[in-house]
Design a protein around this ligand. Structure first.
Ligand code: CTP
Length: 400
């Protein structure tokens, strides 16, 4: 669940377009993220889909008609507009956009939208020719000038059989844009390198040495940093995670490859965050063919990989901020503080492996932050998404 949406009052406006099925999924995501969502449907939306599904998923009654919305002597479309923290219209049709930009209110949604003063996101979706028409483009520019945030439609197959711009983006993409839009931009234009995931150190073409790192922590930090305005390079070992929207993902396999990529761009980075669980050793020799099991005992000689973070600490530029992670099985404070000093870091995020719901593979984590000024902060267990934002909050306050 995202801290950003917990308890937020969101109004979802739904117009009549084929993409209406995506607004159901969007509603589900918003509710899952802790928002209290109210839905307003146009008459045409009702032609595509019944209101019951929105009512069941939101847990609130759906507003359909301007003249049936009196409750307890108040007027719903005005009350909802005054109470909304965020408004999102998806899909928004050409007709709705035309009315909105011209201040025409002839149904519940268009009348409601005129009374809204909170951040409002409009997601147009229509046939390509309609979208590219002078009227729609003029109207969308008008909405932008009026300060509305437009989520541009995507290119793809459209229900009418044509291929072009006009598709409503997937609900996850709209959700991501919404979070970006309401996020503070305290990392605007900062260049951030984040490493994530495990490394694979090959023994032969089908076997490798690795660890159970899922990459979730690094991906969560990359996603949050991008939403907060940063320009993010995410250098990741093998994971099953999908690339965060707007982040430049660079995939690597081994520690040697990770080191190469990190050092090639580290000089220009304002902030480097090393969540990756880098293999400390790699096989000295890699077999070119699969090793056969024809002998009872084999030994593999391992040689040390470069400590990427320690090297970054040596090369550290003025004002560059370096953050490391330390996963320990014992003596967390002692080992984390030693790594903080030895690697010349500004902050290290330490966690004890083995704690339930924390660490490798889990969606949550329980960590202690150690700072170069000697302070430490013990954080409660929380989701990796929330932890990502707290780590970034602390980084923003570090002054070098
Ligand atoms: N790290 C790195 N390069 C390595 C090993 C570790 O950049 N070859 C970084 C990790 O990304 C992490 C930090 O150093 O941010 C600490 O990693 P960790 O594995 O906890 O500790 P090590 O320094 O490897 O020490 P040890 O394994 O002895 O605990």
């Amino acid at each position: 669940m995202s801290l950003k949406l917990v308890g937020k009052r969101i109004v979802l406006g739904v117009c009549g377009g084929i993409a209406v099925y995506k607004s159901i999924e969007l509603l589900r995501i918003l509710v899952k993220e802790g928002a209290n969502v109210r839905v307003i449907m146009t008459k045409n939306a009702k032609e595509f889909i019944g209101s019951l599904i929105f009512e069941a998923l939101s847990g609130n009654s759906v507003l359909l008609d301007l003249f049936e919305d009196k409750h307890g002597g108040t007027i719903k479309h005005i009350d909802w507009a005054r109470q909304a923290d965020i408004v999102i219209v998806a899909p928004a049709t050409a007709n709705f956009i035309g009315k909105m930009v011209n201040g025409i209110g002839d149904d519940a949604l268009t009348t409601f939208i005129m009374a809204v003063t909170s951040p409002t996101i409009i997601c147009p979706s229509m046939n390509t020719y309609m979208y590219q028409s002078k009227a729609v483009q003029r109207n969308l520019n008008g909405l932008k000038k009026d300060g509305y945030y437009i989520v541009e439609p995507e290119v793809g197959e459209l229900a009418c059989g044509t291929k072009g711009t006009g598709r409503l983006p997937e609900p996850e993409v709209i959700f991501d844009k919404l979070i970006s839009y309401i996020s503070k931009k305290d990392l605007k234009d900062k260049k951030i390198i984040i490493t994530a995931g495990p490394t694979h150190e090959n023994i032969d073409p089908v076997r490798f040495i690795s660890n159970p790192s899922s990459g979730k922590m690094g991906f969560a930090i990359a996603k949050s940093a991008e939403r907060r305005g940063a320009n993010v390079d995410l250098i990741s070992g093998p994971t099953n995670l999908s690339s965060p929207i707007g982040v430049n993902v660079i995939k690597i396999t081994s520690a040697v490859e990770m080191a190469d990529k990190v050092f090639s761009c580290s000089d220009h980075a304002d902030i480097i965050i090393k969540t990756a669980a880098v293999s400390d050793y790699r096989p000295k020799n890699q077999a070119f063919q699969k090793i056969k099991k024809d002998i009872d005992e084999i030994s593999i000689t391992l040689i040390k990989n470069i400590d990427i973070l320690q090297e970054l600490g040596k090369r550290k530029k003025n004002k560059q901020i370096l953050v490391g992670f330390a996963a320990e099985t014992e003596n967390l404070d002692q080992y984390a503080q030693k790594k903080l000093m030895d690697k010349n870091l500004d902050m290290i995020v330490g966690n004890l492996i083995g704690a339930s719901n924390a660490g490798f593979g889990s969606d949550s984590n329980k960590v202690t932050l150690f700072f170069s000024n000697g302070l430490k902060e013990i954080l409660p267990e929380m989701s990796k998404d929330d932890l990502a934002n707290i780590i970034l909050d602390r980084i923003v306050t570090i002054k070098n």
